[in-house]
Design a protein. Structure first.
Length: 461
């Protein structure tokens, strides 16, 4: 039976598991209720209270202020998103934040892309009523890291960087120390970015609503001629990337939140290692060796040369004299065409992939820490248990992606003998359950490794 609730006295259908914020956004868009501590790839937290709304059980009845990001929708309740007291509350919260925030917006890296700036305009901030007092504007910048930067004078204590490091990457490098006015972000044991255990994934920088944490490429800056959606080529996961381009050169890279494969996250290589694209030693055209030296040629000439050589070798020595090696960085479709070409056209089974050779140490590590394969299970189960394994060691980035996994629970770090918290924070044992709800009993290993990506190389034994 369908459930309903009211938004500003208008009736709307409620879905199971809806929070108030999710419910309102479905019908009125993402900007209808302002937020600061909420992010698309993070669990609801409720620290900023900017998303507060009035909730009443009857129309125009006594209402209670609730944080909409983590409060479930009550059936037949009345939600008022912009009542007078809610408007005053949000404005007061932002005014208090601005009393301890530098007002250098015009020279700030994230000018016109700052969520605090956007929310301040949304709630109608024109001045700050509170007098100047003690603040943290004297905090020094941390520029020690080759990629990451921090300026905690601009930190608003939203915890988004801490939660991104914990929930998305699972590194637990950042934490909040102190209490009250002395609350502040620390890296590892209060070290610099360079000395900390940071793996340079950049999840904290992308999550930060201001420029308190950023990167050397200023990836949150609006300075870009265009943004191009593409796919990372470093491994077979298939992370989506959003590339900011200035004067036909790559300025920075972000991970789009709406990508099903990586959900707003990527690794160090995908986010920061893009200088290869215009490297002077990069091949720009096919090369044919003539008189002992490689000479650039056109694609037509290269194809004619390959066709002539393949035909002559096959006619003289037979099809088994030819062999092909495909790339693990190609798509599944391209690798399929490669093997089809050698088997059906050339007539030989001499086809291999570089993954068998260069990827074999990684595959061995994955088999030891995860299990041999398991990608074929993704359509059969909704809940998975990894028993005595460690996702993060063999592949940092793929281990953070859920794909079709609803929960990946209780994995033991075999080196430190402590549980490793997964992306959704669950630390528990569960049994296998099929999508129909039938229990399957104890299963020793199960994990969707490249379930949503490309080049799923795993097998089940």
């Amino acid at each position: 039976m369908e459930k309903y609730a009211y938004i500003n006295d208008k009736k709307f259908a409620v879905s199971d598991g809806d929070t108030i914020l999710k419910f309102v956004r479905r019908y009125f868009g993402n900007d209808f209720v302002p937020t600061l501590c909420d992010a698309p790839n993070l669990d609801p937290y409720g620290s900023c209270r900017v998303c507060s709304v009035d909730v009443a059980l009857v129309q125009n009845g006594n209402a209670k202020v609730m944080a909409s990001c983590h409060t479930p929708v009550i059936e037949n309740s009345y939600i008022y998103t912009d009542s007078t007291r809610i408007t005053k509350l949000r404005k007061n919260i932002i005014e208090l934040v601005l009393t301890d925030h530098p007002l250098d917006c015009l020279t700030c890296e994230v000018n016109n892309n700052c969520e605090l700036q956007t929310v301040a305009a949304r709630v109608g901030i024109r001045d700050v009523r509170y007098p100047e007092g003690k603040n943290h504007l004297d905090r020094k910048k941390d520029l020690s890291h080759p990629y990451m930067t921090s300026d905690f004078s601009k930190c608003i204590n939203c915890f988004r960087c801490v939660r991104a490091c914990d929930e998305v990457q699972g590194e637990f490098v950042l934490t909040m120390a102190g209490r009250g006015f002395d609350s502040h972000i620390v890296k590892s044991d209060n070290k610099s970015f360079f000395e900390s255990d940071c793996v340079s994934c950049g999840a904290c920088a992308q999550a930060c609503p201001t420029s308190a944490i950023s990167d050397v490429f200023e990836s949150k800056s609006v300075v870009a001629d265009k943004k191009v959606r593409t796919i990372c080529t470093y491994c077979g996961v298939g992370c989506n990337l959003e590339v900011a381009v200035v004067n036909d050169k790559v300025k920075s890279i972000q991970a789009p939140y709406d990508a099903e494969v990586n959900e707003g996250h990527t690794c160090l290589k995908g986010r920061f290692a893009f200088s290869f694209y215009n490297h002077p030693e990069r091949l720009r055209s096919p090369l044919i060796k003539r008189n002992g030296e490689f000479v650039p040629v056109s694609w037509d000439e290269a194809y004619d040369f390959i066709t002539q050589k393949f035909t002559s070798i096959k006619n003289e020595y037979g099809p088994d004299a030819l062999a092909g090696i495909s790339s693990a960085r190609c798509t599944n479709e391209e690798n399929y065409l490669m093997q089809k070409f050698f088997r059906a056209v050339i007539g030989t089974n001499n086809i291999d992939s570089c993954a068998r050779v260069c990827h074999s140490p990684t595959a061995l590590g994955c088999n030891v820490h995860l299990a041999p394969g398991c990608n074929q299970l993704c359509g059969r189960f909704e809940i998975y248990r990894l028993h005595n394994g460690n996702r993060c060691q063999p592949h940092r980035c793929a281990s953070c992606y859920r794909g079709k996994v609803e929960a990946v629970c209780h994995e033991k770090n075999q080196h430190s003998n402590r549980p490793t918290q997964n992306r959704n924070g669950t630390l528990c044992n569960v049994s296998f359950a099929t999508s129909s709800g039938n229990q399957c009993g104890h299963v020793e290993y199960a994990f969707i490794f490249y379930s949503a990506g490309r080049n799923c190389r795993s097998k089940i034994y």
